[in-house]
Design a binder for this molecule. Structure first.
Ligand SMILES: [Zn+2]
Ligand SMILES: [Zn+2]
Length: 135
């Protein structure tokens, strides 16, 4: 018996998707996806991009500070503290707390749905494709 293969079976490949689909409770998959889509930047960086940003967060009413992480809603251009908006998303809200514009812009809706489908349907899909004896 000659084994021509070097022993390279190290199962150290970790699928990041598993973290996504196996969140114990909330946030929901859609909330996680929305977080990926909406950029988190520092307030001081936004000033460069946006020109004339609001000074206060509409959720907590505190002024934004330069180093604070904020989430920038692409669709309606409103900004909120990341810490203020994330709990809102955790309740499976998908619209801006201020103006009710959907977080996900129309042009990204399709991609969002696909990713949502992929994330939630991933478990079934992988079982089909991993019927190859792989150890
Ligand atoms: Zn806030
Ligand atoms: Zn808004």
């Amino acid at each position: 018996m000659i084994h021509g293969f070097p022993s390279r079976v190290h199962r150290d490949v970790i699928w990041p998707e598993n973290n996504l689909t196996r969140m114990p409770e909330n946030p929901t998959v859609s909330a996680l996806l929305i977080r990926e889509i909406l950029p988190v930047i520092k307030f001081q960086e936004l000033e460069v991009v946006n020109g004339d940003p609001p000074e206060n967060c509409a959720v907590c009413l505190y002024e934004f500070e330069g180093e604070e992480e904020i989430r920038w809603l692409r669709n309606c251009k409103h900004i909120f503290h990341r810490a203020c908006l994330d709990p809102w998303m955790d309740q499976d809200q998908r619209t801006c707390p201020l103006c009710r514009t959907p977080f996900v812009p129309d042009e990204m809706q399709e991609e969002f749905n696909q990713r949502l489908w992929a994330a939630t349907g991933a478990a079934d899909l992988y079982t089909e494709y991993t019927s190859v004896p792989g150890l």
